[in-house]
Design a protein around this ligand. Structure first.
Ligand code: NAD
Length: 460
């Protein structure tokens, strides 16, 4: 008999809904459906696929209020953040509806003559997509839309904490005209077994994962057994650098966004602030004032700006990092207020953080900002780069040349210059080092779901 698992509101702990708990058998059935649907979907004219994707965009916006509420309830983020996520996620359907028809290839003479080379791009096949809880709509849309645009069919495992948004997107895609079997969502509490069944299945030719570096490494090992094409969007540890001549008010606005969007639970969240000594006091005072004005509480009150963290485990991890930093000499300069009960962590600014404190090297994934003063650019850059991660960085500087010079020396995939947000569908999103392999969004995003196919034609 099929069992179900509870999906809970992290703000209250109350059960929102029960969802059928996927098993290895349901994982295999999902691949059966995706493999059966693949030939017809791959052969569907690109314009038709594009129109269906465009319709998904429209339906997401039509249902924006319901989706906003669903995301806010199962993830806990504020209503404003959830609404922004719906719009951001819907944009991936629009963007890839436009990319779907921009097929490209080439036709060339071989250098030595005697043959011609035709290069085309074909869908890779059935793709297994695994997504995290922190952006339940956007992380799914950023994978499903390019996969469908390329002509792939998919099996999708959403995070156990937030399966309802993925199921709602599946209903929207069905209404938009995505044929049965093209998108198959398998919520489960048995992530390792379900994903291993997919990676061990000869019919699955692609894995695209967003989540922690720890799990990404494990999936890459499994993918190696069958040489499965893998894209990985993993953890981050973004430095946020402010130079001596930066516009401090703009830097504070950017810092609020880069640090506190989604309560700091974003892979691109600013994890460490490097503030030049000349503007340190001014920045700290203004940043502190903004932090103290933040409203923390459940998303049911639309005025709240920060919700709970996702789980007890996450709360304990953030507390441990802050306590260790304070025990080593860091000082809490500002700390906001939280409701009396629930999984809330107060927005916190830490100063005097000792070099080498775990809070500077681990992903905080919560509303805590360690702030370090710098004078020497070389030492600051060495510290910014002393991490296994390389996803994003932010630089605020008065002169673009300085921002670019600093940005060029930070080993990351993406640099926000004088802005606290980076991603939109036109950005090839992704990291270097242990932050991942491959890119999502932009033109590169569709390439992750295509193979290069060559015809070498004798020409005598
Ligand atoms: P997680 O790695 O614990 O889980 C991510 C997904 O993997 C979930 O669906 C989970 O059920 C599944 N999973 C967990 N263990 C598994 C296993 N052994 N085998 C197969 N699947 C498994 O990560 P999380 O806590 O849900 O998300 C937070 C992490 O995601 C952070 O590190 C964050 O930086 C990262 N993230 C990265 C990006 C990016 O684009 N680079 C975007 C969002 C989040």
């Amino acid at each position: 008999m099929e069992s179900k698992f509870d999906v809970c509101d992290p703000a209250t702990g109350q059960v929102i809904e029960q969802v059928v708990d996927g098993t290895i058998e349901s994982a295999v059935r999902a691949v059966d459906a995706a493999a059966a649907a693949f030939p017809a979907w791959a052969a569907t004219p690109a314009r038709k696929r594009a129109e269906i994707l465009r319709r998904c965009h429209e339906l997401m916006l039509r249902d924006a209020d319901t989706l906003t509420k669903l995301i806010a309830t199962e993830n806990g983020k504020s209503a404003a953040d959830a609404r922004a996520e719906v719009e951001y996620a819907a944009e991936f359907y629009r963007w890839f509806s436009e990319e779907a028809v921009r097929g490209e290839g080439s036709y060339n003479d071989a250098p030595a003559g005697g043959s011609k080379t035709i290069v085309t791009y074909v869908p890779v096949g059935v793709a297994a997509l695994i997504t995290p809880w922190n952006f339940p709509a956007a992380m799914a849309a950023r994978k499903v839309a390019p996969a469908l645009a390329a002509g792939c069919t998919v099996v999708l495992k959403p995070a156990e904490e937030t399966p309802l948004t993925a199921l709602a997107l599946a209903r929207i895609m069905h209404e938009a005209g995505v044929p049965p079997g093209v998108v198959n969502v398998v919520p489960t509490t048995r992530a390792p077994e379900v994903v291993a069944a997919w990676l061990g299945d000869d019919r699955v030719r692609k894995v695209s994962f967003t989540g922690s570096t720890l799990v990404g490494r494990a999936l890459l090992r499994q993918a190696a057994d069958r040489v499965v094409n893998a894209s990985m969007e993993l953890g981050g540890n973004a430095p946020f650098v402010i130079t001596a001549d930066a516009d401090v008010d703009a830097a504070v606005a950017g810092a609020m966004l880069a640090k506190f969007r989604g309560g700091g639970q974003a892979c691109t969240a600013a994890n460490r602030f490097y503030v030049h000594a000349n503007v340190f006091e001014q920045f700290l005072e203004k940043f502190g004032k903004s932090v103290m004005a933040l409203r923390v509480g459940p998303s049911s009150d639309a005025d709240n700006q920060i919700g709970p963290v996702i789980s007890h485990k996450a709360h304990a991890r953030i507390s441990r990092l802050v306590d260790a930093a304070v025990a080593n000499g860091a000082r809490i300069a500002f700390q906001g207020k939280i409701p009396n009960s629930g999984l809330f962590y107060p927005p916190t600014l830490l100063v005097d953080v000792p070099f080498g404190a775990p809070i500077l090297s681990e992903e905080i994934f919560g509303p805590v900002a360690p702030i370090v003063m710098w004078n020497d650019e070389v030492a600051m850059l060495a510290s910014a780069n002393s991490t296994e991660f390389g996803l994003a960085a932010y630089v605020y500087a008065g002169r673009l040349q300085d921002a670019l010079r600093i940005g060029e020396q930070i080993d990351v995939g993406m640099v926000g210059i004088n802005r606290g947000a980076i991603s939109d569908p036109s950005v090839p999103f992704g990291g270097v080092k242990q932050s991942g392999i491959g890119r999502e969004g932009a033109h590169e995003g569709i390439r992750e779901y295509q193979e290069t196919r060559v015809y070498s034609v004798g020409w005598q």
